[in-house]
Design a protein around this ligand. Structure first.
Ligand SMILES: [Mg+2]
Length: 207
């Protein structure tokens, strides 16, 4: 195994960044309902992302940064990533969430790269618009194939770990795909299912 790609929200961290942001901005319940439906595969990812980010319009960027820098880490995340790095794997975060969160956590965990979206801001507040490289339901698959191409790594040498509907796209190009405390729609396409909320529990499937 040469490459391990992780989902971010509810995989490396314990919860959903956008729900934490919305709850601090007074739109928690509305946003969390959309997140839940999107992660179960009941909503188009792009549409669900845009609708939720629009509800954050006007939120102070300093507050966003504050929240993104104290997200709760998933149990065992530090040990899991450290073990993979020690084994010589390249570790990458593929997230439909936001760089404000993934870059900070990724650096803390020592991952090699993070791909995510960008919350647009102007005059110190969010504009309610979102851009970036991971906007669509199939973005994780497209990005994984590009990474594999650049690094000359095959799907058979790739492990993917995630919990939501949009992780199916990266599972499709990975030899080992682990559904971690995942939604039913993702479990159906996984090569392994781990329901223990501790990332150390995925290590036996990696070899
Ligand atoms: Mg997730």
């Amino acid at each position: 195994m040469k490459l391990c790609v992780f989902d971010f929200d509810s995989t490396l961290i314990d919860g959903e960044t956008i729900d934490f942001l919305a709850s601090a901005y007074g739109a928690g319940r509305e946003v969390a309902a959309i997140t839940q439906e999107a992660m179960e595969g009941g909503l188009d990812f792009f549409e669900a992302l845009n609708r939720r980010v629009a509800m954050l319009k006007g939120m102070e960027v300093s507050r966003v940064k504050e929240i993104c820098e104290c997200l709760p880490m998933m149990n065992g995340a530090v040990e899991c990533v450290a073990t993979l790095k020690r084994k010589g794997l390249i570790v990458v975060i593929l997230s439909g969430g936001f760089h404000d969160a993934t870059d900070y956590v990724g650096k803390t965990l020592g991952v090699d790269a993070t791909f995510a979206n960008i919350l647009h801001q102007k005059n110190g507040v969010l504009t309610g618009l979102v851009g970036g490289e991971m906007l669509f339901g199939n973005s994780k698959g497209a990005m994984l194939r590009r990474i594999q191409g650049l690094l000359k790594i095959t799907p058979e040498e790739t492990i993917a770990i995630g919990d939501g509907a949009n992780d199916r796209a990266m599972f499709a190009h990975s030899g080992v795909s682990i559904a971690f405390c995942a939604k039913e729609i993702l479990k159906r396409e996984a090569s392994a299912i781990v329901d223990t909320p501790d990332l150390r529990a995925v290590l036996p499937y990696i070899g």
